[in-house]
Write a protein that binds this ligand. Structure first.
Ligand code: SF4
Length: 622
């Protein structure tokens, strides 16, 4: 890798290209996020990676998708354009779980909404094709990655074609793209046609004919018409998340096929260290005059690892980052922390030292032979695999090293934690409680009902209770007064109103209070989204209750917040709807009015949600 000076931003216009002495680009990146030169932002990271390998790259961030002129102003790139919708799927970015338009966008200067289109990958690919006819377009990032085969789209409420077909891009890279993109660019550079790149791991492409031995998944036309065919396609696609079962898949779309090659090999720790050692400026491009909320959030945070072996069914991290956890070396992380301490605005606080699940740092499968044959989607569920190496030696040492680095005053762990894992990590837990949490430890059991936990692939209430007892005991022994805030999901497939009443009773019994409720959103690629669409579990074909009705979802949310005065009417309605009025006293205390008898929300319920003070009453006791 050639050394580059720790320097200028990646060019974003002709003048910045000229300043580097470039007449022509090799690769043009289009990003749905603002350009922040920081490793937490995917497009800048890939641009720096190609730059480090000697390629001339530029980034156009959040372009007007109806105007190709700014792209043309940079000239036609020699090799290709790469399109990424941003750190989030553009539909998740634009709409709430209730499909309401969001009025902000954390990845945009000033947090303003509206600077990227719906289905940004499709819109930007069209923009590149208008600017540079015939130029190969490579799509990637989470939006492209999780929509690589025909998929249920919550916002259209229908099955959509593979995003490769809808965007007309030439190649799709899924998962962690560094090495795959580099190989694509090198092959294009050596004169290979993009149409010839049909066999590369970690990519998907369109072809008109397939070999006999390629595994066929039900076609788009079949999965769009038949939920059982959709489940079958999902079962086959899921295998690609498990290295030992991954195969090349082909899915018919009219007369053509979308071919998805097996995933690329997981990056090694050394490779990830090299990526994080690239010369990032760690700040937004100077052309921005407003702050970028997502940057403010990650500005002082450090990523310790990639991947997650939890396998929660509502989460698609494993489908994108992989099931294998790859941890950076402590040397690489500490170097990044030291560099941070030399930046001008750093005040001594690392806001987060973590990854997809903070306490997975330094852990992973301890038996390569078992891993090669492993068919489990999760190393933690239904029980912790005996081959999983859960030692907290590296994690706890890293916390100590980080907080004793010169110039560092505080290090927080704000990323999520797996409590079932934490119970085996006494040293890490002690470090956490003594030095790295504020007053409250945020944990995510997601539910406290066994049947729902099974569908979510989460440990059940017994495990959470065991954790709570252990937490209080340790807390006491360590002389700390830390609390626990549970994160729970409303409206998850399999969860009924009656289940949520049980969750509320559990919270009350154990004096826990929810701060925020996450409403389940069926995002592409997850097992829970498949169940949401088909109403059946794809692994067993068993029917599953799916709370699609907006009122039911609202009642589930209200139950989690039963302690809030403005939720009282909704809680009564929920209890009535599941015929559990006998629990009213436990959840709402005395002096209860009879619930409404109609099935629709009354005006008073809606007003109660919007104007909490109008109905302010003493909350039920905890
Ligand atoms: S720890 Fe167990 S479940 Fe996880 S990869 Fe290894 S063998 Fe598979």
């Amino acid at each position: 890798m050639s050394a580059i000076a720790p320097i200028s931003f990646i060019p974003t216009c002709r003048a910045e290209m000229t300043a580097r002495g470039w007449q022509e680009l090799d690769v043009l990146f289009i990003s749905g996020d603002a350009y922040v030169d920081h490793p937490a932002f995917g497009v800048p990271l890939l641009a720096r990676w190609l730059e480090a390998h000697g390629y001339r790259v530029a980034i156009i961030a959040q372009p007007d998708w109806n105007n190709p002129e700014p792209l043309k102003a940079l000239g036609r790139p020699r090799l290709c354009a790469c399109v990424g919708a941003g750190a989030m799927d553009s539909m998740v970015n634009h709409y709430t779980a209730a499909k309401k338009v969001r009025n902000d966008d954390a990845y945009t200067p000033g947090g303003r909404a509206g600077l990227r289109p719906d289905r940004a990958t499709i819109a930007y690919t069209g923009l590149v094709k208008r600017a540079f006819k015939g130029l190969p377009v490579i799509i990637g990032g989470i939006e492209a990655s999780l929509r690589r085969l025909a998929h249920y789209d919550y916002w259209d409420n229908k099955v959509r074609r593979s995003i490769l077909v809808d965007s007309k891009a030439d190649l799709l890279i899924y998962g962690m793209a560094e090495n795959v993109l580099l190989e694509v660019v090198q092959r294009l550079d050596s004169g290979e046609c993009v149409k010839g790149i049909s066999d590369l791991r970690g990519t998907a492409c369109q072809v008109s004919a397939i070999e006999k031995d390629i595994e066929r998944v039900p076609s788009f036309e079949q999965v769009a018409a038949d939920p059982m065919a959709y489940n079958e396609a999902f079962r086959l696609a899921q295998k690609q998340n498990t290295p030992s079962m991954a195969k090349t898949l082909a899915q018919g779309h009219a007369k053509r096929f979308v071919v998805v090659n097996p995933p690329a090999p997981t990056l090694t720790a050394e490779e990830i260290d090299r990526i994080y050692a690239l010369p990032f400026r760690r700040e937004p491009h100077p052309s921005y005059t407003e702050t970028i909320p997502a940057y403010e959030q990650i500005r002082w945070s450090i990523t310790t690892h990639r991947g997650c072996y939890g396998g929660c069914s509502f989460c698609a991290i494993a489908a994108h980052q992989g099931k294998d956890v790859v941890s950076r070396s402590s040397g690489s992380i500490l170097k990044e922390i030291q560099a941070l301490t030399h930046t001008s605005h750093f005040r001594g606080t690392i806001s987060d030292l973590g990854g997809p699940t903070a306490n997975m740092y330094g852990t992973g499968c301890g038996d390569p032979a078992a891993r090669r044959k492993c068919k489990r989607p999760s190393c933690l569920w239904p029980e912790i695999c005996p081959h999983l190496e859960t030692s907290d030696r590296r994690g706890s040492r890293l916390l100590r090293q980080a907080r004793t680095t010169d110039g560092v005053k505080h290090v927080f762990v704000a990323s999520g934690l797996r409590t079932d894992l934490l119970e085996r990590q006494q040293a890490y837990f002690s470090e956490l409680i003594l030095h790295h949490t504020g007053g409250l430890l945020k944990v995510a059991p997601e539910t406290t009902v066994n049947t729902v936990a099974r569908i979510m692939h989460k440990p059940g209430p017994e495990s959470f209770l065991k954790f709570l007892r252990w937490f209080w005991k340790e807390n006491k022994q360590l002389g700390r007064k830390r609390g626990v805030v549970p994160y729970l999901i409303a409206g998850h497939p399999g969860c009924t109103i009656s289940d949520m009443v049980d969750v509320a009773l559990f919270l009350r019994e154990h004096r826990l209070r929810v701060e925020q409720v996450q409403e389940f959103t069926p995002t592409p690629g997850s097992l829970a989204t498949c169940i949401y669409h088909t109403g059946r579990h794809p692994m067993t074909d068993d029917p599953i209750h799916v709370p699609r009705d907006p009122e039911e979802r609202q009642l589930q949310k209200a139950l989690l917040l039963y302690h809030q005065p403005q939720m009282r009417n909704l809680v009564r309605k929920a209890l009535q709807r599941c015929h559990r009025m006998e629990e009213t006293g436990k959840l709402l205390g005395q002096g209860i009015k009879p619930p409404k008898t109609d099935n629709k929300l009354g005006a008073s319920d809606r007003n109660a949600t919007k104007h909490p003070r109008r109905t302010r009453k003493k909350p039920g006791r905890h």
